[in-house]
Write a protein that binds this ligand. Sequence first.
Ligand code: HEC
Length: 211
Amino acid sequence: MMMPKFVFLCAIAFGTLVAHIGNVWGQQPAKASLEQVEAYVRNTWKSPPAGWESRIKQDETQRVCSQFRNDPPRAEYAAIKAREIATLVFPADGNVLGSWKAGEAVAQTGTGGQFSDKDDTVRGGNCYACHQMAPKELSYGTLGPSLAEYGKIRKFESAEAKAAYAKIFNAQSVLPCSSMPRFGAHKFLTEQQIKDVTAYLFDPASPVNNP
Ligand code: HEC
């Protein structure tokens, strides 16, 4: 009786293959230690930007988001949200809208703060890398939702503009573990730049609201 044994061996071979594929799929990406990342930066850039050492360290929110692969349980989710809301700083005079023209430059600029940039390179928000904004602009990323006609859809309401300012200041105050950068909380963009890019979304004259 050769057949049953052959079938049996085939079954084992198949089972091993499935287990192997399962292992490969289930593998976590290799983790680099902080020392390895530090060594990489020192070996790669002659003069990395000032303060780079703190930028490669995870803060508590990033640590928890990594631990739960961006899907934290309810209690951790609430803790992140409370911590990130506490970072919000609104303009002293309550006006969250600057100049949409300056905001367009903030949205379109992706340089500044990169390790290959000089310390005095003006920083941008690189919003177009992830979002559609002005409908006439052909080039944009799709990691984030389209923001075309953002203010118009929200009837240019001031409460909505304030909510957008908060979102841009600290995206995780609205959605913990969001992949959108926390531009204000990390002082990456200035208050004026955040006001300008909010105006880019909310000024009725902005190309964002004029398809
Ligand atoms: C690395 C990608 C990335 C960049 C860069 C980015 N965003 Fe986002 N943004 C997202 C993602 C993803 C979401 C949806 C998830 C969320 O709400 O956090 C989002 C959501 C938003 C929302 C809320 C949309 C809604 O549902 O009402 C606004 C407003 C926004 N982004 C504005 C901006 C602006 C302005 C900039 C530039 C200063 C910017 N984003 C840069 C990824 C990004």
